[in-house]
Design a protein around this ligand. Structure first.
Ligand SMILES: Nc1ncnc2c1ncn2[C@@H]1O[C@H](COP(=O)(O)OP(=O)(O)O)[C@@H](O)[C@H]1O
Ligand SMILES: [Mg+2]
Length: 359
């Protein structure tokens, strides 16, 4: 699998071992005559130029991604950057102007309508930003809905639905209507409904973006907790960099429909590929003033090769990770009281960055 932060893997490169989702050179132009706009785009013209000259909107620009199984893959970008367009290509709610999409080894564009229907019902589940619940159905019937469309019998689907309602912490609300629930609770219903489908792949388009910061943070933690046992492939869309850092195993940053950088959260924070990404990273940098004591794993671990005092700042310790996987944390007497790793420091920093409203 490619572990590099490099984008525009332009060549139709080798597909990694058994990836869940592969996109190769996917371009989407909205408008009646996409070919002319596509030609301009391929000459290297910008989204703004193409729009000014042809009136066509570039939704995606030559996007190539490899999404390995069992990870949370975050696509992050500002509003209008093409995130929803990207995720809708995965289950072919949108047809690309050019490019290839392969899911579980199958070319999505080659599917017949019948195969596509089967694929959407059985292989992929989706969680929406606005929850997408059926207002006149109870919570349990909402959660069981996807199973119903699959033809699962009533007893079995209610049993499964009750199970997932319990997992997301909504036991006791089975017979409530969506409107009787808070936003956070409604989104738990949306999550339970998707999980009840028992698919390997979960698509989440700004699923937590409509929630208040504290509720949202709780949902992020719950998703991470669930994922530690479920190991699904989750394609998670967000416009929030802190959210991306907190939950992503890998992050792709999108701008004007084009991928700017792909990498692990710490790679992106430590080595932003361009000025656009540097801007997102700046807020996180402010949080680097936090002491490493705040973010360390506490305990008497094997002594680390490299160690820093507990009141050193995250900013000071980050460069150490070029050479060392772990950095020990020392108390005033020089005793090691914990340790930190780049990944943990950066995820913790995401929590303290000012823009998520909790700092
Ligand atoms: N059906 C459509 N027709 C024309 N333009 C569209 C359509 N859907 C999306 N767009 C445009 O494509 C770009 C990407 O939109 P979208 O994928 O919704 O962005 P995001 O989800 O990142 O906010 C935007 O410029 C948007 O205006
Ligand atoms: Mg969107």
């Amino acid at each position: 699998m490619t572990e590099h932060g490099q984008l525009h893997d332009a060549a139709p490169a080798a597909v990694p071992d058994d990836p869940a989702i592969v996109m190769r050179g996917v371009t989407k132009i909205f408008g009646p005559d996409p070919e002319a706009a596509l030609a301009l785009l391929r000459e290297g013209r910008s989204k703004a130029d193409v729009q000014a000259e042809t009136g066509h909107v570039v939704g995606l620009d030559n996007v190539s991604l490899d999404i390995a199984r069992g990870q949370i893959y975050v696509v992050m970008g500002l509003s209008g950057s093409g995130k929803s367009t990207l995720i809708r290509h995965v289950n072919r709610l949108i047809e690309p102007t050019a490019g290839e999409i392969v899911v579980n080894g199958e070319k999505v564009l080659d599917m017949t309508m019948a195969q596509l229907g089967d694929f959407r019902r059985n292989r992929i589940a989706m969680v929406f930003q606005k929850f997408g619940l059926l207002p006149h159905r109870s919570v349990i019937d909402n959660v069981a809905y996807g199973l119903e469309t699959r033809g699962v019998g009533r007893a079995e689907r209610l049993e499964k639905a009750a199970h997932w309602i319990g997992i997301v912490g909504l036991s006791g609300y089975e017979t409530s209507r969506p409107r009787q629930l808070s936003g956070g609770q409604q989104q738990r219903v949306g999550l339970a409904r998707a999980l009840a489908m028992d698919t390997d792949i979960l698509l989440m388009d700004e699923a937590f973006s409509a929630l208040d910061p504290l509720i949202r943070s709780g949902m992020q933690e719950q998703l991470l907790e669930l994922q530690s046992s479920l190991n699904k492939t989750i394609l998670f869309i967000t416009h929030d960099f802190d959210e991306a850092l907190k939950i992503g195993n890998r992050i792709a940053v999108l701008k004007d429909g084009a991928v700017q950088q792909v990498g692990r959260p710490e790679e992106i924070v430590l080595n932003p590929a361009n000025a656009h990404i540097e801007e997102f990273v700046r807020d996180v940098n402010k949080a680097r003033a936090i002491h490493i004591r705040t973010v360390m794993e506490e305990g008497a671990f094997e002594p680390c090769e490299m160690a820093m005092p507990a009141d050193a700042r995250c900013e000071d310790v980050l460069p150490c990770f070029d050479q060392h996987e772990w950095v020990g944390v020392l108390d005033g007497t020089g005793r090691q009281i914990g340790r930190v790793r780049a990944r943990q420091v950066i995820k913790a920093l995401a929590r303290y960055a000012p823009s998520n409203g909790q700092a």
